[in-house]
Design a protein around this ligand. Structure first.
Ligand code: E4P
Length: 218
């Protein structure tokens, strides 16, 4: 499974990229707003910090507007992926951009049929929003499973399932079990993936014994 970080905070991104385990970044208008800097500057900094795809989302809602904004965002760096909403205009833009060889992340996906259309439109990534479905009292993971099952029926589909709106370690575990290709994870959740209290306890005991042994490896 590939790990993307879902943030526009350049310090968090640089820190996580230094692990060598970060495969990409997703941003959205809310995250850009939180960053408090012009989108072109933020995306340029992120693209320079990370080798993998960096999703930059359009703000226009009509086809021509999305294409015009994509024309501004795409040249920022080779690793920019254009993020479009899952609307008919978004799907049209997805098709047009993917036909030009531009990577597209279709976002705000809440149903399997939406995901099927995004694949048909040539999306590089489809972003089902797990957490927001859970918030409505349903199980977001069902959607990941449905999309995986549908995509696996068609050899012609190469769209990657990007589990989004991830809120917990369990979301990452379950999305991986169901075969999501990518999880985009907020920085705090991403850091928690490596933590376990028994790891900390075990390490403390080993270090105490090592101290008692009086040995040194160097
Ligand atoms: C994905 O690309 C979105 O930016 C993100 O995962 C949305 O998550 P949220 O529902 O926590 O805002």
């Amino acid at each position: 499974m590939k790990f993307f970080v879902d943030t526009a905070d350049i310090d968090d991104i640089r820190d996580l990229a230094s692990t060598g385990l970060l495969d990409g970044v997703t941003t959205n208008p809310s995250l850009i707003m939180k960053a408090g800097r012009p989108i072109k500057e933020v995306i340029a900094d992120i693209c320079a910090a990370v080798d993998g795809p960096v999703s930059a989302e359009v703000a226009a809602t009509d086809f021509d507007g999305m294409m015009a904004e994509a024309a501004v965002l795409t040249p920022i760096a080779d690793n920019v992926t254009i993020k479009v909403p899952l609307t008919w205009d978004g799907l049209k833009a997805c098709r047009a951009l993917s036909q030009k060889g531009i990577g597209v992340n279709v976002t705000l996906c809440f149903s399997a049929t939406q995901a099927l259309l995004a694949a048909k439109a040539g999306a590089t990534f489809i972003s089902p929003f797990i957490g927001r479905i859970d918030d409505m009292g349903y199980d977001g993971m069902d959607l990941i499973g449905d999309i995986r099952a549908i995509y696996d029926n068609y050899d012609s589909i190469s769209t990657e399932i990007l589990a989004a709106s991830v809120r917990s370690n369990n979301h990452v575990r379950d999305a991986a079990k169901l075969g999501a290709d990518v999880a985009t994870v907020p920085p705090d959740v991403l850091r928690k993936l490596a933590n376990h209290p028994l790891t900390d306890k075990g390490l403390a005991a080993f270090l105490a014994d090592w101290e008692k042994s009086g040995q040194s490896i160097m």
